[in-house]
Design a protein around this ligand. Structure first.
Ligand code: BEZ
Length: 225
């Protein structure tokens, strides 16, 4: 077995590996920097490339949406601080954006390796497009890996944050393509009619015994978990 396959994969529910990094906003201690916020750590293959430029611009333009949800953003590639700093004005100018989040300069690949962001069968040096959603307890809540050829949909990342923040506080799960404010599925483990009435005062509609849909409980009802 190669060294790569022996490395323990990062899984949902694990504590995000901590690290110290040089970034465009100075040196950071990752866990300390996250503090009590949520965090999105995302990697891109290379500075001064077309898709990466659109991605970082898109994230910058969504930064108010991430802030509203108490999410801190941090990007990573193996480029140097000088390269990142030279690239940022291009992103801002071409994408009508203002990149204000830190970009990690992982020249030694140490963080990329810690987070399995280099897939040697694709490239020995460039990071793939990884996304990690990390909660305030530093737990990994989502892992996504995209190829270099495909820019990510950051509205989808926001949608997952909405789902995680809702389902952390209410006994529901969110259906396919769900958006904040839409109907949610009552967890199958909730079967006591009195509990259902208490948790979901807006009622529910039963499609099948295991698919019971209720209005988004965050709009009217306090946290129940
Ligand atoms: C891009 O961001 O456009 C890109 C980066 C690496 C490989 C292919 C495309």
């Amino acid at each position: 077995m190669s060294t790569d396959t022996k490395k323990k994969p990062i899984q949902l529910g694990a504590i995000a590996p901590d690290f110290v990094a040089e970034t465009t906003k100075g040196k950071i201690h990752f866990h300390e920097w996250i503090g009590n916020s949520w965090c999105i750590l995302f990697s891109h293959p290379k500075d001064f490339t077309p898709v990466c430029t659109t991605e970082l611009g898109t994230v910058a333009k969504l930064s108010a949406e991430f802030s509203k949800r108490e999410v801190k953003l941090i990007a990573l590639s193996v480029g140097s601080i000088a390269s990142h700093n030279e690239w940022i004005p291009d992103i801002n100018r071409t994408q009508g954006a203002s990149v204000n989040f830190p970009i990690i300069a992982d020249e030694s690949h140490s963080i990329a390796e810690l987070y399995h962001m280099i897939h040697p069968q694709v490239s020995d040096t460039a990071t793939v497009r990884s996304v990690f959603i990390i909660d305030p307890k530093k737990t990994i809540r989502l892992i996504l890996t995209y190829p270099a050829s495909t820019g990510r949909n950051f509205q989808e990342i926001l949608r997952v944050v909405d789902s995680l923040q809702l389902t952390d506080h209410h006994k529901v799960a969110t259906p396919a393509d769900w958006k904040k404010g839409e109907e949610c599925a009552i967890l199958p483990s909730i079967i006591d009619p009195a509990e259902i009435k208490k948790l979901f005062p807006q009622g529910f509609r039963q499609v099948t015994p295991y698919l019971r849909l209720t209005p988004d409980p965050s709009s009217t009802h306090k946290a129940a978990k």
